[in-house]
Design a protein around this ligand. Structure first.
Ligand code: F3S
Length: 390
């Protein structure tokens, strides 16, 4: 990979130890993927924030890096393992909280914005069409590439942090127009109405095509909430970094494309797989993190009522703040539901605390099973509220 004079200086350690380490990571990645050069990125989003996931080794690495360098571009964080202010109400231990706060402190010392969300595009990290970024949360990467038409590879937590410290990323994969071409056409038959339908659609497509790029026809009227759920599940169950949908400037690679038809039967099979036989002791919404409109809807449904089960509403602190100004937070909390800001049901240390989780997200089901051994059920936001009030 060809490096500029400035980039070589960083690699030699003349801009400090942290940037040297970061440049070593970027150069190694560039070599592996055949990049010819580094390109500047407009923003970075770093995953690997929950102490539950990074552990002591990760914390020590971050503390070392924080002594030696600061980020060069707008950098935001994925959810942490707890609500950074109100962790006690979520049943988080003091020991865990202390460690989690040290992780956040290390990031802050590097100049990172501790927004702690998988929907950075709701809270000020929203790239424009054609901008190059280095994000690591898979659902956000898919949303950025497919909906915002920005350019991002799916970074690891480590490579994203390296990109943040240098302000650049190797030019390969989704950063190159020639790789952003559809491999398959997916025709969606029938109307998809609720968020779980979009999660099921993503699950079906992801399982069927893996990390190829689909052109999805038949979802032209999808809402932001439905699209964020689709992005989350297609990336989780398959690994794709982007899709095209009706209305997008789709390109094919000029080769004949596989044609896949998805109808009610296929979606119902996915929904059946996510709906296990189980009692429910946790209801968790906000995967990816809730939008302001989802909080508005929840406030309407919960007004004047009391929930009878543990109920988490996962959201970024920024969206919570906006919802607070509109009194949604007060209404939701008065019902006994818990606003879990900065965190989510997948990265909080929940193993052993619950047995059966109800959610509206196919991605949340995947992690609830894999990370926490929960059994899962999936239903619309309205149905989740009904279950909570039973
Ligand atoms: Fe976000 Fe956690 Fe889901 S990071 S996409 S809420 S698993």
């Amino acid at each position: 990979m060809k490096l500029s004079v400035e980039e070589k200086k960083i690699l030699q350690g003349r801009k400090g130890k942290a940037k040297k380490k970061a440049m070593e990571i970027l150069v190694a990645l560039g070599k592996i993927y055949g990049a010819k050069k580094l390109i500047p990125v407009k923003s970075v989003q770093v995953a690997g924030v929950s102490y539950h996931n990074v552990g002591e080794a990760g914390l020590q690495f971050l503390q070392e890096m924080s002594k030696a360098g600061r980020v060069e571009v707008l950098t935001t964080l994925n959810p942490a393992g707890m609500d950074l202010r109100d962790w006690k109400k979520l049943g988080i231990t003091k020991k865990f909280a202390e460690k989690q706060l040290q992780v956040i402190e290390a990031f802050k010392k590097m100049g990172v914005n501790a927004s702690c969300t998988c929907t950075p595009y709701f809270v000020g990290n929203c790239p424009e069409k054609g901008e190059h970024i280095a994000w690591s949360e898979s659902s956000a990467v898919c949303f950025a590439n497919s909906i915002l038409e920005a350019y991002s590879n799916r970074e690891s937590g480590m490579s994203a942090l390296a990109a943040a410290l240098v302000g650049k990323t190797p030019e390969y994969g989704m950063h190159l127009g020639r790789n952003r071409k559809a491999d398959a056409v997916v025709e969606v038959k029938g109307k998809l109405s609720e968020v779980p339908d979009f999660g099921a659609l993503g699950m079906f497509i992801g399982k069927r095509i893996g990390n190829k790029i689909p052109f999805i026809k038949g979802i032209e009227n999808a809402s932001v909430e439905q699209l964020k759920s689709l992005c989350a599940s297609i990336a989780t169950y398959g690994g794709t970094e982007m899709f095209f949908a009706d209305g997008a400037s789709m390109q094919s690679g000029g080769k004949p494309m596989e044609r896949i038809v998805v109808g009610k039967r296929e979606l119902n099979e996915c929904l059946k797989e996510l709906n296990e036989k189980t009692g429910i002791d946790l209801i968790a919404l906000g995967c990816p993190h809730c939008s302001l409109d989802e909080l508005r809807k929840l406030a309407e449904l919960l007004e004047g009522k009391k929930v009878k089960k543990e109920f988490w509403v996962c959201v970024s602190r920024g969206v919570k703040k906006a919802a607070d100004a509109l009194s949604y937070v007060k209404v939701i909390e008065a019902s006994g539901a818990k606003i879990a800001a900065d965190t989510c049901m997948a990265v909080a240390p929940l193993k052993g605390r619950f047995k059966g989780m109800l959610t509206d997200s196919a991605k949340a089901c995947y992690y609830a099973r894999g990370n926490n051994n929960f059994r899962t059920r999936i239903a619309s936001l309205d149905e989740c509220v009904k279950e909570a009030l039973k």
